[in-house]
Design a protein around this ligand. Structure first.
Ligand code: ASP
Length: 340
């Protein structure tokens, strides 16, 4: 029996065509392009079902309800397929790849998010390879995780970031090795793959509430008033992009007081470094310890996308601020490395 893969086509460059204003999603276009690919009918390829979403998005328009629609769609088709592909624009692909592992609780099959920098309709494109290899991995790998496949690399979704606006090697996972690499063969590093959930655990989908979370990147001279405004209700959780190993301007007493006042009110402030690689370690410098004393908690080596997704998820489950803080310090789906 051929393997069966479900493709959720949400939009993105992969299926776009040229308009006078630049590339835009075109309904029906991807289906036609795929039907013209003899490779997809090869005996080595799985059968697939292409489900085009009613509104195809440039992923810059992706909203939490769209994440939920994707997760629901996977759950509704879960039993019938061996694996899933989510075709998605690259701009917010790392956000969706970070959110879905938290939304899809008890996932035991591969969910592979991919797309391309050049549409399938162009002569030179990266869409063909991403699609074909993505389909093979979704069908055969049995990886019980949400992954991002792009530019020959298979990455854990909640570790991925977009690192290039125009290169084919557009995604990286700076704080975790690639789960797999596609070269002459497709090599999966099985030691890195999360264990599957017990068979008795069903797949459930966690919907996210209205966003009461946000991100803010520090910069030299940032105004404490601006930070204070950001920290007002309804905000409940903030990912603070700090310098180096988690440092901030400890000499700015107003700014530190604003952070402390917010954490005292129960706002969860998570310290994530602006650096692409490495972990937060707030005890290394006074400029970090002061943040910890103001009630800011460590985001360790989480990406900003993953920390935001996790705050979204934890607040949506109804946890109190104290519980959210506690859960933020654990790895829930492989999104962080705890210091030894
Ligand atoms: N703007 C596009 C999107 O994110 C870019 C892409 O798909 O590469 O939908």
């Amino acid at each position: 029996m051929k393997k069966q893969v479900y493709i959720a086509y949400t939009g993105g460059t992969i299926g776009m065509s040229k308009t006078p204003d630049g590339y835009a999603p075109a309904p029906g276009y991807l289906k036609t392009q795929m039907s013209l690919m003899p490779e997809l009918r090869d005996a080595a390829m799985p059968d697939y079902t292409l489900h085009k979403y009613d509104v195809l998005l440039d992923s810059s328009n992706m909203m939490p309800d769209d994440w939920f629609r994707i997760a629901r769609d996977i759950a509704d088709n879960y039993e019938k397929y061996d694996g899933f592909i989510v075709l998605h624009g690259t701009d917010t692909m790392a956000y969706t790849a970070s959110v879905l592992p938290f939304m899809l609780r008890g996932l035991g099959k591969p969910v592979i998010i991919t797309g391309s920098q050049i549409p399938l309709c162009e002569i030179r494109n990266d869409a063909r390879e991403n699609l074909i290899t993505g389909l093979i991995i979704a069908a055969n790998s049995k990886i019980p995780e949400v992954c991002l496949y792009f530019g020959n690399k298979l990455l854990r979704g909640c570790r991925s970031v977009k690192v290039s606006a125009d290169g084919f090697d557009a995604f990286a996972s700076p704080n975790f090795p690639a789960l797999g690499v596609a070269g002459v063969g497709i090599d999966i590093n099985r030691d890195l793959i999360l264990p599957p959930p017990p068979e008795t655990v069903p797949l459930t989908v966690q919907q996210f509430n209205e966003p009461t979370v946000g991100t803010l990147r520090l910069f030299p001279g940032i105004s404490s008033l601006v930070v204070s405004n950001m920290l007002q209700p309804p905000l409940r959780g903030l990912v603070l992009g700090t310098y180096g190993v988690g440092n901030g301007p400890d000499q700015d007493r107003h700014l530190i007081a604003v952070l402390k006042e917010a954490t005292d009110r129960g706002v969860v402030i998570v310290n994530c470094t602006q650096c692409l690689e490495g972990s937060v370690s707030m005890g290394d410098y006074v400029a970090g310890s002061v943040l910890a004393r103001a009630g800011v908690i460590s985001g360790f080596d989480m990406t900003i996308e993953a920390a935001l997704a996790k705050l979204f998820y934890l607040f949506s489950t109804g946890y109190s601020s104290e519980e959210v803080k506690k859960e933020m310090q654990k790895s829930l789906c492989g999104e962080l490395t705890l210091p030894i």
